[in-house]
Design a protein around this ligand. Structure first.
Ligand code: ADP
Length: 545
């Protein structure tokens, strides 16, 4: 006897069946597109996910086929996460904020066969329909009586009609755990989007990792608001971690403004919430302007782009909310690092703790991180030396989906395109995206550092730092600023605010005030668009060289 353990494949369907028995009556709460609040639980979700799986069988959708969604965060979308992947098909979540041309490109590249969509996206689907011949079936995520007549979409059915009458149990296939479960495309700020295909194994392992106490700290006592969209990198794995740990799950639907998010948090006694900084900015703006407090919220996970230190401080000091800063990308499922302190840091003063907490955190087990120089040589983990960030692990991509290009891996490591430092305790700090870093006279200036300082100014709502050509220094930073409503701010005031906060040569040369900064499909600032807008801009300092 070799005395080995059993083989128990890590499957998305096993998460659901676990939740069905262990957490059957734990609530799943959704704000619907219609505006009302819908209440379900894990047992109903499991029943209906099984019905959706049968409905796909009835249409003879083969194993491995892509079933696409164009939907907000809500219970029906959650059911599809399990019904589609659990039954062996691949869930392809489409980001509705992408340009329609890009969306058509993605659907054709994925060869989607079914498209399930929220009615708010009906016009998008109408425009898409003639451009994606592979889609054979359309499902509107609505009640039967809400199905639009004369939509122009052939054989459109409502989700409720579609799943009705099917059995509420399903013999989930015992797939190889390396079978594909879901597909997500990067936003493609340059060139065409690239597909990343997740497996059952990588999704389950990722869910286990993010639930850990020093990661998101998830468990059956938590009430989690998933603001981070299910249409981008699987809402950071929360839909899987939900069934794994049995937390109460709250979905905000399409209402992501500060007031709606705040009211939902208070009404449903949310203890933890996850989202990108722009969402928290809207929330904090509302809470501050109305003089409100968070009565149940204890922690937020912030990632997707750098959490401004001022935001972290406001959450912690003014509202007693613990911010866990996290880093990741589509290619890493997405979570790679999360920031929580170690025991030895508990004795540090508030300032020193803050300096540590603004970093993007430590790698979770299952993901390795390394920084290298231009020749691929490892750089010291001293918290000071920046290098190209490489990553590898159990939920890190090997190859892009259906790509003609060779694998991007370098000796087994995926080059993230980010520039970062790592300190002796393993904390990662992203200094920039390599394409955003400002190269001034042979030195690098972190655009994130420049933005973070501007964001700490009370009159600044949003700040983006970009490099502009300079005859002597190659490039110099400028900071593009949106002021808070009703606040006055002059260029000289903001430049003076930088004094003493960074080295003189790192301080931006100019401030450009704008009404808005273009945001991409996932709420990130689109610096390439900003550079286009400002292409005729001339630096005042360039004229005096
Ligand atoms: P894309 O925006 O290219 O589609 P992702 O949504 O996968 O891709 O974004 C990944 C990128 O977002 C990372 O490579 C990094 O540049 C940035 N990012 C994510 N989290 C953070 C963070 N906490 N701080 C700074 N940058 C971050």
């Amino acid at each position: 006897m070799l005395g080995l353990m059993q083989h128990y494949p890590l499957l998305v369907s096993s998460l659901l069946e676990f939740a069905r028995t262990q957490h059957r009556d734990t609530p799943i709460i959704s704000r619907r597109v219609e505006g009302d609040i819908h209440r379900s639980d894990y047992s109903q979700v499991a029943n209906r996910a099984c019905q959706a799986a049968h409905a796909l069988d009835a249409w003879n959708i083969p194993a491995g086929s892509r079933v696409a969604t164009l939907a907000w965060n809500g219970y029906r979308h959650f059911e599809l996460y399990y019904g589609v992947s659990g039954s062996g098909r691949v869930l392809h979540t489409i980001n509705p904020r992408l340009h329609p041309e890009q969306m058509a490109w993605i659907c054709n590249h994925a060869e989607d066969e079914v498209l399930c969509f929220d009615l708010s996206f009906l016009p998008l689907v109408q425009a898409l329909q003639s451009k994606v011949p592979s889609i054979r079936h359309y499902v509107a995520l609505c009640d039967a009586d809400k199905l639009p007549v004369d939509s122009g979409i052939p054989n459109l059915v409502s989700y409720e009609q579609w799943i009705a009458g099917h059995p509420t149990v399903y013999a989930w296939p015992q797939l190889d755990e390396n079978t594909a479960s879901s597909l997500c495309y990067t936003s493609g700020t340059t060139g065409n989007p690239k597909g990343v295909l997740y497996s059952h194994r990588s999704s389950v392992l990722h869910a286990m990792a993010i639930a850990m106490p020093d990661a998101m700290g998830l468990g059956a006592q938590q009430v989690v608001l998933a603001v981070v969209p299910m249409f981008h990198v699987n809402a950071w794995g929360l839909p899987y971690a939900a069934a794994l740990t049995g937390f109460t799950l709250v979905f905000p639907g399409a209402a992501l403004d500060g007031k709606s998010v705040y009211e939902l948090m208070e009404a449903e006694q949310v203890t933890m919430a996850a989202g990108v900084p722009t969402v928290w900015q809207m929330l904090l703006g509302y809470v501050q302007s109305q003089g409100l407090r968070f009565n149940t919220l204890r922690s937020t996970v912030v990632g997707g782009s750098a959490c401004p230190p001022a935001m972290l401080r406001t959450f912690a000091q003014d509202y007693g909310v613990d911010v866990r800063h996290a880093w990741g990308m589509t290619e890493t499922s997405p979570v790679g690092t999360v920031n929580t302190l170690k025991r030895k840091h508990m004795g540090l003063d508030v300032q020193a703790q803050h300096a540590l907490r603004i970093k993007q955190g430590r790698g979770v087990f299952g993901v390795d991180i390394e920084i290298v120089d231009g020749h691929g040589q490892p750089l010291p983990h001293d918290g000071k030396t920046p290098g190209d960030l490489l990553v590898r692990g159990a939920w890190v991509m090997k190859d892009y989906y259906r790509s003609d290009n060779p694998s991007p891996l370098q000796d087994g490591w995926f080059p993230s395109g980010d520039v970062a430092t790592i300190d002796a305790d393993g904390y990662l700090q992203i200094t920039d995206r390599s394409k955003d870093v400002i190269k001034s006279g042979g030195e690098w200036i972190s655009s994130i550092d420049v933005e973070n300082i501007a964001m700490a100014h009370p009159a600044v709502a949003m700040a983006a730092c970009i490099g502009v050509p300079h005859p002597k220094w190659d490039e110099r930073p400028i900071v593009v600023v949106v002021k808070k409503p009703g606040m006055a701010l002059e260029t000289a005031d903001l430049l003076a605010f930088y004094q003493g906060k960074m080295s003189k040569w790192q301080i931006p040369d100019d401030v450009v005030f704008v009404d808005s900064i273009p945001l991409g499909g996932t709420g990130k600032m689109q610096k390439n668009k900003l550079r286009d807008v400002l292409k005729d801009y001339q630096l005042p300092s360039a004229q005096t060289v």
